[in-house]
Design a binder for this molecule. Structure first.
Ligand SMILES: N[C@@H](CCC(=O)N[C@@H](CS)C(=O)NCC(=O)O)C(=O)O
Length: 210
């Protein structure tokens, strides 16, 4: 029988990992569909009809036919549906959303682009890469300072903000960022990885067999 949720993603995709992580932490089963970006599957009319911007992740909720894109929005949607990770109050929900918006703006763009360049997925001239590296380090410093004396980003429990930002920071070393310079970030990651239901990306979103 098919699961309620269907996730379209790619094993290398940080944004898709964030969604898979939330479902896994909630012990919510989901069907996973690999989208071969290299082969241009995301550019086909069939995929674009499902995914508004032709990107992964795409979440389909088969209980109501809702198609949701943009990892931040998917996490917010799922927090509602799963009744978890949305914060203990409206104030916490707003704070979690703020962290997610900041995360994309200041952290993800820089870390993911540097990673894409280092892994050879994107050609960047050295000056542009240096900007991503400098801005990425500044964002990691901000996150490190914010996590000082805290277990989670918002309130006393893990929220969608932790899931979102973990799914970015986890890829920092592949972008050339040395996380040992950010001890509060490392401690937060250790707490996160100890959560029941935590799994690595390649377990949740297996690469297709060659
Ligand atoms: N802001 C989006 C970014 C999604 C994104 O960049 N997805 C990449 C894979 S990691 C993609 O689909 N790239 C193909 C394209 O943009 O054409 C999110 O958080 O979901």
């Amino acid at each position: 029988m098919s699961a309620r949720y269907e996730l379209y993603g790619l094993y290398l995709s940080g944004p898709a990992y964030k969604v898979a992580l939330m479902l896994s932490l909630a012990h919510e089963p989901f069907d996973y569909v690999h989208v071969n970006l290299r082969a241009g599957e995301h550019k086909t009319d069939a995929f674009r009809a499902k995914s508004k911007f032709g990107q992964v992740p795409l979440l389909v909720d088969h209980s109501n036919g809702q198609h949701v894109v943009q990892s931040m929005v998917i996490l917010d949607y799922l927090a509602d549906k799963l009744g978890q990770f949305g914060g203990a109050s409206l104030a916490e929900r707003i704070e979690a959303r703020q962290w997610m918006a900041w995360g994309w703006d200041r952290l993800s763009i820089n870390l993911y682009r540097a990673r894409a360049a280092k892994l050879g997925f994107r050609q960047l001239d050295p000056a542009t890469l240096a900007v991503y590296e400098a801005d990425g380090k500044a964002a990691l410093e901000w996150l490190n300072d914010s996590l000082k004396g805290r277990t989670w980003l918002v309130g006393d429990h893990v929220t969608m903000a932790d899931i979102d930002l973990y799914g970015t920071v986890r890829y920092a070393p592949e972008g050339g960022f040395d996380l040992s310079a950010y001890p509060h970030v490392e401690a937060w990651m250790q707490h996160f990885e100890a959560l029941d239901g935590f799994q690595q990306a390649d377990v949740l979103m297996p690469a297709p067999k060659a």
